[in-house]
Design a protein around this ligand. Structure first.
Ligand code: N2P
Length: 373
């Protein structure tokens, strides 16, 4: 906690001094590479640039600075707030990155779109550090394309100086009352998933009737006068810190980053259940420097580096060897630690890829309608 406060106070200075070249840019300022470098399987050169496309607020800048210093390279990070916006940008062409950070449920979409290249995990000396439960996942058998990076459940965050929830329930958002000012994530699977869960259905429902019920509920929800916006996780945290909303749907780590700075911020996993996803690192097929990308993945898999990232971001850590180095603050947070019972009962449910067809089209239509309200 203290380290976090110190970092907040001198963040920019520290990041700048440790990492003269490294910059993290907002989602609208993507760097464009020329994509002409010949791929080299293992060789990297001093002065190279590694370009990463990543969820926002998802890495410790000190760790990035350390990688730059160790290898004499520059790292440029552009950020996004949803898998869908990441995919749209990569599929639109024009941006050239080495690494991306997709969630489990879009890996196969990216494989089919020929956006990924095999990791060659035999070249990763730290691959063995990955926790057994995250190996060989159904979304990427044999981890051909992805390594788990961090995982994230989604909860409801609030600032108790402004608002005290009467119950730990989605009812605060989806119920009939309209005095609560709230924001939802700018993320289709999270928003539709939350509505499905509130109605007692799976976050991966493919049943037209259930999806229509979720659509009707969401139509009413965004018409409420308390509905403030669809926003990214860090933006929702900032609105809670500023006291401009009562309640926000938020990825747990984004809220806990704020809670470490302001003790009035809290987050809970609603009793009806919620979503969780594993975010991964993948090497893009068009990567100008796959050898450097692989080196970065191997670095992130080092136990102390992996723990430093979670200790900064407050997201779940899938690295078995990193566990002893995790901040005890994390273990004390209920929303950070879904229980085995949360998973076995289906209360906390992994978002999965939707089978192509009617259901997937219905999710798209619901989202388009909500966003164009
Ligand atoms: C970081 C959000 C990561 C979680 N801001 C998304 N799956």
């Amino acid at each position: 906690m203290k380290r976090r406060l110190l970092l907040a106070a001198v963040g920019w200075l520290l990041a700048a001094s440790l990492s003269a070249c490294h910059r993290i840019e907002s989602k609208d300022s993507a760097a464009e590479g020329n994509g002409t470098t010949t791929p080299r399987p293992t060789q990297t050169n001093s002065g190279d640039t590694l370009r990463i496309f990543m969820w926002s607020d998802y890495i410790d800048p000190e760790v990035v600075g350390q990688f730059e210093k160790q290898n004499g390279v520059n790292v440029v990070i552009d950020t996004y707030e949803s898998n869908e916006s990441m995919l749209a940008k990569l599929q639109g062409g024009g941006a050239s990155y080495d690494l991306a950070n997709p969630s489990n449920y879009v890996i196969q979409t990216m494989v089919r779109a020929k956006l990924l290249q095999p990791l060659q995990k035999n070249l990763l000396k730290n691959f063995g550090n990955v926790s057994a439960g995250f190996l060989n996942p159904n979304f990427d058998p044999d981890n051909t394309y992805s390594v788990p990076y961090q995982f994230a459940a989604t909860g409801l965050g609030y600032n108790d100086a402004r608002f005290k929830p009467a119950a730990e329930s989605w009812n605060l958002i989806f119920g009939p009352q309209d005095h609560i000012k709230f924001a939802l994530l700018d993320d289709p699977r999270e928003v539709i998933g939350a509505a499905l869960k509130y109605l007692g259905y799976s976050v991966n429902s493919g049943k037209v009737e259930e999806l229509r019920a979720a659509r009707d509920l969401l139509r009413q929800t965004v018409k409420k006068k308390g509905f403030e916006s669809f926003s990214g996780g860090p933006e929702i945290r900032n609105k809670l810190l500023a006291g401009s909303i009562d309640l926000g749907q938020i990825y747990v780590g984004d809220l806990l980053q704020g809670a470490a700075e302001n003790g009035h911020l809290h987050v809970f996993l609603p009793r009806e259940g919620t979503t969780i996803s594993t975010d991964t690192l993948v090497i893009l097929r068009g990567s100008p420097n796959p050898a450097l990308a692989r080196k970065f993945i191997d670095f992130v898999l080092e136990p102390k580096v992996s723990a430093a990232i979670s200790n900064y971001t407050y997201y779940g850590n899938p690295n078995a060897k990193a566990q002893p180095y995790l901040d005890p603050f994390l273990k004390s947070q209920k929303a950070f630690n879904p229980t085995p019972e949360d998973f076995s009962s289906g209360r906390v449910e992994f978002i999965n890829e939707l089978p192509a067809g009617n259901a997937a089209r219905l999710y798209d239509r619901i989202w388009t309608e909500l966003k164009s309200r």
